[in-house]
Design a protein around this ligand. Structure first.
Ligand SMILES: C[S@@+](CC[C@H](N)C(=O)[O-])C[C@H]1O[C@@H](n2cnc3c(N)ncnc32)[C@H](O)[C@@H]1O
Length: 288
């Protein structure tokens, strides 16, 4: 009697291999941990508004809100606060609902409204403060387009409202470069791929390298116009704001390399600067 050969299990290529950290990672979670510090931002916003207006700000509008990390943190800070987040990307908003709003609990989540729409068109109750973080408004590349956005911000603010927009610059901002920063177990990589001096357009990317060496290449990409501070001031005044102030991030010695300077996360109002900087962060603060 012939013996029937036993079928041997055949392994599919890659089967049983543990997925890499990059394959298992959540890019929104990595993004939030790498580039956002909403507690510090909310503290700065509340203090700046109170100093400028002599009353506390309660309603925040977070334009380009993405996962609404900032809007949620704002509402966590005080039971009378409310927030509106506006973003074009429905999937990112949904991620924010699940990972930021829901864990914050119903008492906080019920005070955050998310609007899926364009920041130039979305209508919401008038805000005390509107913010545009992480240079998001640079998506508007023509003067008329950016002014139309600033006009929409102005219309959406209360009479004594304040707009805070985050911007970067410096001699390095127009270089082609790649910068790495360790954030806990992963490395955040900021890449400036291209800059065109004729129209100031720039292409930038965010990548992540995980502790097992696996990578998420260009998880986020941006096509921006790198606006200068005088251009922003002029456009905000043209859009109807009464006054524009610049709050500059102070720099201090880097803990790891005292020869190098690093942003301290503290912002002070400046009218001029004696020395140019290789890279800087600032808030443009426009008063309605
Ligand atoms: C750089 S992310 C900013 C995310 C987050 N607010 C932060 O501070 O890191 C830019 C966001 O702007 C959104 N966006 C781009 N153009 C927009 C527009 N015209 N109206 C509303 N959202 C827009 C994108 O969907 C994306 O989520």
């Amino acid at each position: 009697m012939s013996k029937k050969p036993r079928k041997r299990p055949v392994k599919r290529p890659g089967a049983g291999k543990r997925p890499s950290l990059a394959e298992r990672a959540d890019i929104h979670d990595l993004y939030q941990r790498s580039v956002q510090s909403p507690e510090a931002d909310c503290e700065f916003f509340a203090e700046t508004f109170a100093a400028l207006r002599g009353r506390p700000a309660l309603r925040l509008r977070e334009d380009f809100c993405g996962t609404a990390h900032m809007a949620t943190t704002w509402c966590k800070g005080h039971p009378e606060r409310s927030a509106v987040g506006v973003d074009l990307d429905a999937a990112t908003l949904e991620w924010g609902r699940v990972h930021n709003l829901a864990p914050a609990g119903p008492a906080v989540a019920s005070r955050v409204t998310l609007i899926h729409g364009d920041v130039r068109e979305a209508s919401a109750p008038l805000a005390d403060m509107t913010c545009a973080m992480n240079f998001s408004f640079c998506v508007f590349k023509a003067r008329a387009e950016l002014r139309a956005y600033f006009e929409a911000v102005r219309r959406g603010l209360r009479e004594d409202g304040v707009f805070l927009a985050e911007i970067y610059g410096g001699t390095e901002a127009i270089d082609v470069l790649e910068e790495e920063r360790e954030v806990g177990p992963h490395t955040y990589v900021w890449e400036q791929e291209r800059y065109d001096p004729i129209d100031h357009s720039t292409t930038c990317h965010i990548s992540f390298t995980m502790s097992d060496g696996s990578k998420i290449e260009r998880a986020f990409s941006y096509e921006w116009r790198l606006w200068s501070l005088p251009e922003l001031r002029e456009l905000l005044l043209e859009a109807g704001f009464r006054e524009v102030k610049i709050f500059w991030e102070e720099v201090g010695p880097d803990e790891d390399d005292p020869e190098m300077l690093r942003g301290t996360g503290t912002y002070v109002e400046l009218r001029s600067l004696d020395e140019n900087q290789e890279s800087w962060l600032a808030y443009v603060v426009a008063l309605a």
